[in-house]
Design a protein around this ligand. Structure first.
Ligand code: FES
Length: 105
């Protein structure tokens, strides 16, 4: 695992939206919920659609895929609504000064 700069803190969208970035050779999605940064794989496990095009529900801490409506808990990666049944990868994230850092394998 290695901490990699994924984005500037100022690039993060308002709560509810998701930012898709390339970090460490991976597609990573970043979202803010209650001031916490969450990082997860930017691909739905149903048909590999970018989750950065979806929406985050702050109450349930889930992201919903725009294509067919699968939802995932962005804290654990577990699917909470089909049609996806495999979890997404989730990564530790932290703010370091003005940067968002993500711990990638
Ligand atoms: S590609 Fe995400 S729900 Fe189908």
């Amino acid at each position: 695992m290695a901490w990699i700069r994924a984005a500037a803190l100022s690039e993060l969208p308002a709560e509810g939206a998701v930012l898709g970035v390339e970090a460490g050779g991976r597609r990573v999605a970043l979202a803010l919920v209650d001031g916490e940064v969450y990082a997860f794989a930017d691909n739905c496990t149903h048909r590999d659609f970018p989750l950065s095009l979806g929406e985050v529900d702050a109450e349930t801490c889930t992201v919903t895929c725009e294509w067919h409506g699968a939802a995932f808990d962005i804290r654990t990666g577990d699917p909470t609504c089909g049609p996806a049944f495999r979890p997404i990868a989730v990564f530790a994230a932290r703010v370091d000064g003005s940067d968002v850092m993500v711990d990638l394998p």
